[in-house]
Structure formats: structure tokens, C-alpha cells
Design a protein around this ligand. Structure first.
Ligand code: ADP
Ligand code: SF4
Length: 711
């Protein structure tokens, strides 16, 4: 076994003077943010049905130093109903009480609480409320992805509808103030109602709300005015606006309509929260975009207004943040994903512990949670969403009173996270991996196009493990049962990962049979340096990133490659992570032919036979190699061997053998990290029969009139 040499660590030294500017207070109308760290509104999948889960999730960030903490989209009226996607509501007394849990939690740490009041306009289908969606001119958003499709077209708003929408906003603002919010939003972005008035494609009106930019801005102006009238003395009023499209349209007096919009509204809101227009560009994955990608669109805003400006850009580097402030791009550093991945990011900068920041990797698993309609999950931060229901704190782990000597076999994401959490809990940990570096699957995957930032999962954990005297790390240590017994741990955790198989797939949508041929490859072959030669066909029924990114990788290596999938799109599941449009673009740029809705039936070394999923019609593709990106199965030889010798293990003092991560159930990296964390938190505890606490909606309010006047 080779002992991994740890580096000398430097303890926290207090805030670097260069970063002190980030801790200056900023005035937002009648309220003051204690620093420049601003958790912008972001989807959390936590509706009013999960008020305690939500409050604890947001509280962790306030505790970690974010000066402002906002909700996600919060509907002002049942005519803005996005079900089955999760959204918050501000409709009645129950909602006020539900939100009050969050504002109280945020205030406990001296931070401000903001609420993103929202009307979805034509982009919602009102599946639950069954009210007609509203839109300036009856123009629908007709999405091409089934998760967003709907069959109900919006009603064109008349003057009474416009008046009503303004009243809902004002009522929502008053209710928000009662709930304890300090900042109240007007939302004019991301295809929602306010935005639809701004864009001529949605807004064909010939009255005072349509036509010129002044007229198209009128509804948004009125939303701000009614909000200020309602709560402006007590609360900061923020305008959240998408500027990407408008920035591309020449203005009459200004370089673009985005400039004209800001100029027209320059003095009105207390804060501008500026962003892109659609989720794939606004919340873009690191695979395709770097830190600070919004800057070219929003860089001008501060030149046209004296009001503070907040924006995002997956900022995790304090130097980049300071540069945004010094260069006059932003006043407040907006964070959604960086605050999910590390709720304690500001505290770590303030205390000179930048090296400890758990940097967001930009994988967008968090956004997939919203698309799935569940509370947020994060690859880097397994405690996200678990603060209340499992009592997991993002930084603290309860010290055990009964430390055990634990051997973890496998240093991939699951093993690393398990070692870190066990180490924090005070256990004596030995982490051994058979490879020459830690990281497991990421050792290869970080080398694939665009995935370098994903290795932050490894870097963060290795950095922390380095500082722990109770954790020993060993490389080039492939362990079998005899070696494990020799090491004599009290507990063995098997984190040996999974391997890709060469299984095929049927029209019943299940993997079946294998394709055995010397020119058939799996991603593991390519990871180990065994490359296909000649024209190569990638058959992908895994549907997440691997099929697409491996195709890109092979194309980059100069291999002539084509891509086939039984799904309707390449890397179909990446619609959930906002990556799908860019996956297609990347394959098109590499001139990779993409064949959808086809199964791979056979391959004889020269020809691959495909069949159409629905018609069964055959198609023949000349190729010399096939790469199957399909089913992964646990790498369980060690686990099975340990179980087979259970009596011997017991006799040698080993209390138990556990499995985590892909060795337990192959999944995304987020699953492996969560699995490793969970085992470590629960080791040695007597667990309750229910796996987690169940939240309940607040239903004790008397007023159920959703359109009642505010309290
Ligand atoms: P996960 O995502 O669950 O963490 P990975 O596949 O990323 O799984 O990592 C598994 C790691 O386990 C790999 O680094 C591999 O080298 C290591 N490994 C597998 N079998 C053994 C073994 N018998 N002894 C030591 N290390 C092993
Ligand atoms: Fe960042 Fe991925 Fe976590 Fe989202 S899930 S916050 S993108 S690390």
C-alpha cells in the first residue's frame, strides 16, 4: 500500500484585505444588506407544502454569511400556477405563515429576506387552478419538450385583467411584508408575464401597453409603482429583468432596447436584478460556459442607473467577485448555485478560508430537481435540502462518542465523501484506492470536453482530508479480503464503484442481452486507453451526459464517429440540466451524424444493424467499432467475497461490511456523494424507522379566500 503524502495546510488567517470590499453594506431602498453576498431568487423545489424544509434550507445560507436570502418564484394569484413544477404561493394567511418561518430563520442571522413575487403569464398552464393563463396578446409559449408542453392557450388580457394583475402584485407585496420580507420583487424575466409585455413577439397590443419600448415597459413600470405604493416605505423593491433578447435589439436613442429599458426605469426600483432570458443561458452548465458568462449582456446596467445592481455568473472565486465590483459591473454578488453548493461561502472568505470553499461544479443537478418537482439536490453539497428533514448541517457533523476504525475501499466521490464525513465525526478512517490517484470515475471524466470543473468534487474533499490527522489515505492499494483482514478495521465500507456493460436494449425499454465482439467498447475501455479504430458508432441508452460527451471526445481525437439513441434526442436526460440544446450544438459543430429513435440490434465488425423503435424497420450503418453507453452494474466482486467469508471477518473483529455509491446502486455523482455522506452520518446510530422527518403544510389560518385583501 502506498501512503498518500498530505500537504501542510494553512489555517484561516482572517479576511484577506483584497476581499474586504465584499463585506461592505449596501443600501436597498429603506433596508440595508449587511454585505454584498446576495442569494438571488432560485428554484428550490420547496413549495409552501414544505415550509420547514424550506426555512432550514434558506437559513443555512444566512448562517453561512449570505447578506440577502430570497425565495424562488412565489405566485401572486392562482392564475399563475405552474404545477407540476414546484412554486411557492402568496395567496392567503397560510402562505404568510409558511413564509414567516423562512423570514424568521433568515433574520436570526442578521440577513435580509427577499421574495420573488411572480406571475407566469402564458408560460404556465394552470393545471391545478384551471383558470385561463394570461398573456398580453394571447401568444402562447409552445415548448418542444414534453415536460413544458401544454394544450391550453392563454387569454388576451383586457384592461380589467391588467388592473387585476397589478392588484395581485400589490396584495402579494403587502402579504409579503406581513410575512416579514425585507425585499419584494417585481419579476419581468424568463418568459413570464412582465417579460411578455417587454417583447414584441409576445406583445402585439395597439393600446398604451404595446408598440414603442416606452409602451411595452409600461406594465412593468406599473408593477413597480404599485409595489412601491404598497410596501415601499418598509421594503426594498427589486426589479428582476432578463436582458439577453433586448440587448440584441437596436434601440432608438440607445445602443439597444435593454439600454432603453434601464434608462426608462433607472430611478424607479431600489435594486436591479439582471439576468439572461432562458434557463439554458441563465443557468448554464459549466460543460459549456465559464464563470461570469452573463457579463457581456448586463455589463452596461450600472452606467445608466445609480441604483444597486445584482447579477449572477456562478461566482465562486473571490477574485472574480472583487473584479465585478471594482470594474463597476455589479454592486452585489448574486449567487444561486454557489450558495447551494456552499452555504458558507461568504463566511469562508471572511475568515480567510477560501481554500475550503466547496465550489459549485456547474453540473446543474440542482436544476434537474426542479424539473423533477422535488426539493433541491446538489452534487457538491449532500446536505442541501436535508437540513431539516435529516438534520444535516452543511459544515458541522456531530462528533461520535464511540469512534470506530473504518476502512473505506474505493476513493471515488462516494468513498471520499464518506471518509470526509466520518473524519469530521471523529472516526479513525483509512481510505484505500487501487488506482494511482483519487477520484474514481472522475479521474477519467474530468478529462472529457467541458468536464474539468467537475473535479472540484475531488479537489474539495482531498483538500479537507489533507487536514485531518484521523484519516489516512492510501493509493495503489487494491484490496482483497486477506489484505482487509490484515488491516483489522472494525468496519469496512465498500465504495468500489460500477462498470459499464455491453448490454443491448429492447423496444420494451429494458436492457437485455450483450453484444460480444472484440470491436465493441464501453466507456471503461476508453477510460483505460483502449480506443476504437475506424468509423465508430456510439449507441447511447444511458441518456445522461456520457454518451454525448464521449462522442465529442472521440470526434476530438479525430475518430469518425456517429451517435445513435433510442430516445428522441441526443443525451435526452440533459434537458433536465439545461445542457441538451448545447449537446446538440456541440455534436453538430463536430459534424457528428445523430440518429434518434433507433435500437442497436447487431454488429459484425463491419456493419451495425439498427431498428426503428416504433416501426421495427432496419437500417444499416458501415462502421468498424461500436461503443455502448448503456447500463452500469455495481463492481461488487470485493463485497461478494467479503460476504462469502463473513464468519472469518467476524472472528477477526470486523463488525460490519457496508456498501455505498455506485457499488450499492449506480447513479449520478450526486447520488454517490449523498450515499457516502448518509452512511457516515448514520454510522453507529440507532436509526428511527422512518428515514427522514416529514414536513407538513401550515393549515391553521382562518382565511382561505385566495383573493382576500392583505392583512
Ligand atoms: P463512486 O461513484 O461510487 O464513488 P467510482 O467508480 O467513482 O465510484 O470509484 C470507485 C473507486 O474504487 C475507483 O477509484 C477504483 O479504483 C476503486 N476500487 C475498486 N475496487 C477496488 C479494490 N478492490 N481495492 C481498492 N480500490 C478499489
Ligand atoms: Fe452546483 Fe451542481 Fe450543486 Fe447545482 S448541483 S449547485 S450546479 S454543484
Amino acid at each position: 500500500m502506498r501512503l498518500f503524502n498530505k500537504q501542510d495546510s494553512i489555517a484561516g488567517m482572517g479576511c484577506d484585505p483584497r476581499y474586504e470590499v465584499l463585506f461592505e453594506p449596501v443600501r436597498i431602498g429603506p433596508v440595508t444588506a449587511p454585505n454584498r453576498f446576495y442569494q438571488v431568487p432560485h428554484a428550490s423545489g420547496m413549495t409552501n407544502a414544505l415550509p420547514r424544509v424550506r426555512a432550514a434550507f434558506r437559513e443555512a445560507k444566512a448562517e453561512g454569511g449570505w447578506g440577502v436570502i430570497c425565495t424562488g418564484a412565489c405566485s401572486v394569484d392562482p392564475s399563475s400556477d405552474d404545477t407540476p413544477l414546484p412554486f411557492a404561493t402568496m395567496w392567503d394567511g397560510n402562505d404568510i405563515r409558511a413564509h414567516a418561518l423562512m423570514t424568521e430563520a433568515v433574520h436570526r442571522h442578521g440577513s435580509l429576506a427577499g421574495v420573488e413575487l411572480w406571475h407566469g403569464g402564458a408560460s404556465v398552464m394552470n393545471r391545478t387552478s384551471r383558470l385561463p393563463p394570461l398573456s398580453p396578446s394571447g401568444i402562447p409559449w409552445m415548448a418542444t419538450h414534453v415536460g413544458f408542453m401544454g394544450n391550453l392557450r392563454p387569454k388576451t388580457m383586457d384592461k380589467a385583467d391588467i388592473r387585476a394583475a397589478l392588484d395581485w402584485q400589490a396584495e402579494g407585496a403587502r402579504k409579503a411584508r406581513t410575512a416579514g420580507f425585507d425585499i419584494v420583487y417585481v419579476y419581468a424575466g424568463m418568459g413570464y408575464l412582465g417579460y411578455e409585455f417587454l417583447l414584441p413577439e409576445y406583445n402585439h397590443r395597439i393600446d398604451e401597453y404595446g408598440g414603442s419600448i416606452e409602451n411595452r415597459v409600461r406594465f412593468v413600470r406599473e408593477l413597480i409603482e404599485v409595489t412601491k405604493d404598497a410596501v415601499g416605505k418598509d421594503c426594498g423593491v427589486a426589479l428582476r429583468v432578463s436582458l439577453e433578447e433586448l440587448r440584441g435589439r437596436p434601440g432608438r436613442n440607445q445602443p439597444s432596447e435593454a439600454h432603453e429599458l434601464i434608462e426608462l426605469l433607472a430611478d424607479l426600483p431600489d435594486l436591479f436584478d439582471v439576468k439572461m432570458d432562458s434557463s439554458p443561458t441563465d443557468c448554464s452548465a459549466s460543460r459549456f460556459t465559464g464563470e461570469g458568462s452573463h457579463e457581456p449582456v448586463i455589463d452596461f446596467v450600472k452606467t445608466l442607473t445609480k441604483k444597486p445592481v445584482v447579477g449572477v455568473g456562478r461566482f465562486t472565486s473571490p477574485d472574480t467577485m472583487v473584479s465585478q465590483i471594482r470594474r463597476g459591473v455589479l454592486d452585489l454578488i448574486g449567487g444561486a448555485r454557489p450558495s447551494i453548493a456552499d452555504p458558507f461561502l461568504p463566511a469562508k472568505i471572511r475568515e480567510g478560508r477560501e481554500a475550503e470553499i466547496r465550489e459549485c461544479i456547474g453540473c446543474n443537478i440542482c436544476i434537474s430537481s426542479w424539473h423533477d418537482g422535488v426539493p433541491v439536490r446538489c452534487t457538491q453539497n449532500p446536505t442541501a435540502g436535508e437540513e431539516w428533514r435529516r438534520d444535516w448541517h452543511p459544515e458541522r457533523v456531530q462528533r461520535t462518542s464511540r469512534p470506530e476504525r473504518v476502512l473505506i475501499v474505493g476513493g471515488g466521490p462516494a468513498g471520499l465523501e464518506c471518509a470526509l464525513t466520518l473524519g469530521r465525526g471523529g472516526h479513525g478512517v483509512t481510505l484505500a484506492d487501487g488506482g494511482s490517484s483519487f477520484g474514481g470515475r472522475l479521474t477519467f471524466e474530468k478529462t472529457l470536453p467541458g468536464l474539468a470543473a467537475w473535479n472540484r468534487v475531488v479537489d474539495y474533499r482531498l483538500g479537507r482530508l489533507d487536514e485531518m490527522p484521523n484519516v489516512s489515505l492510501y493509493l495503489e492499494s487494491a484490496l482483497g479480503v486477506d489484505e482487509i483482514m490484515e488491516l483489522a478495521p472494525q468496519r469496512v465500507v465498500v465504495a468500489t464503484g460500477a462498470r459499464w456493460t455491453n448490454m443491448l436494449y429492447t423496444s420494451m425499454e429494458i436492457p437485455v442481452g450483450t453484444l460480444d465482439h472484440r470491436q465493441v467498447f464501453t466507456p471503461d475501455d476508453i477510460a483505460s486507453g483502449r480506443l476504437p479504430d475506424g468509423p465508430t458508432l456510439v449507441f447511447d441508452f444511458d441518456n445522461y451526459y456520457m454518451g454525448g460527451v464521449l462522442t465529442e471526445h472521440l470526434a476530438r481525437l479525430g475518430i469518425s464517429v456517429s451517435y445513435v439513441t433510442p430516445a428522441g434526442q441526443a443525451s435526452a436526460w440533459t434537458i433536465m440540466t439545461n445542457e441538451l440544446p448545447l449537446v446538440h450544438r456541440a455534436l453538430a459543430e463536430r459534424r457528428v451524424p445523430v440518429t434518434t429513435l433507433h435500437l442497436l440490434k447487431s454488429f459484425d465488425g463491419e456493419t451495425a444493424t439498427l431498428t426503428h423503435v416504433f416501426t421495427g424497420e432496419e437500417m444499416h450503418v458501415a462502421c468498424r467499432s461500436v461503443v455502448i453507453v448503456g447500463l452500469r452494474k455495481p463492481r461488487n466482486e470485493l463485497y461478494d467475497a467479503l460476504l462469502a467469508r463473513a464468519d472469518e471477518l467476524k472472528a477477526s473483529g470486523i463488525l460490519g461490511v457496508e456498501r455505498i455509491g455506485d457499488a450499492l446502486a449506480p447513479g449520478a455523482i450526486a447520488h454517490a456523494v449523498h450515499s457516502g455522506h448518509k452512511l457516515a452520518r448514520e454510522l453507529g446510530l440507532v436509526l428511527p424507522s422512518r428515514p427522514y422527518r416529514r414536513d407538513t403544510p401550515i393549515v391553521d389560518a382562518e382565511d382561505f379566500d385566495m383573493r382576500a385583501a392583505a392583512e
